[in-house]
Design a protein around this ligand. Structure first.
Ligand code: ZN
Length: 114
């Protein structure tokens, strides 16, 4: 199986199962959230599998995204704290700190950079 871990940030739904089984190593599985952490044995790139359509029969298809992609999504949502909690400067400041830490750990997270 060809490694696309450095070239892609999300796999099409119909390729997820095959890629996971043939290429990735399962590192962790959270029985409560059904989130699964995978690692590419060749590049060390980490992937997060989750089930966003949990209302579907059997939990629906697994979504597979790299950690950086997930970090980018969280970054964008934390950005909205400024609007959602506009009268709470502590919350806005904490959200800002978290965005900074995500960007440090997962470079390329901040979509407004460069
Ligand atoms: Zn790989």
């Amino acid at each position: 199986m060809m490694c696309v871990c450095r070239g892609m940030d999300q796999l099409p739904a119909d390729q997820v199962q095959r890629y996971v089984e043939a290429h990735l190593t399962e590192m962790d599985r959270d029985p409560e959230t059904w989130v699964i952490v995978y690692e590419c044995p060749r590049t060390g790139v980490r992937w997060l599998g989750d089930f966003p359509h949990s209302q579907m029969h059997g939990g629906g298809p697994m979504r597979l995204r790299t950690f950086t992609t997930v970090s980018r999504a969280i970054w964008s949502h934390l950005f909205l704290v400024r609007q959602l909690l506009e009268d709470d400067p502590t919350a806005v400041s904490e959200a800002s700190d978290l965005r900074l830490r995500l960007e440090v750990r997962y470079p390329g997270t901040d979509p407004t950079a460069d």
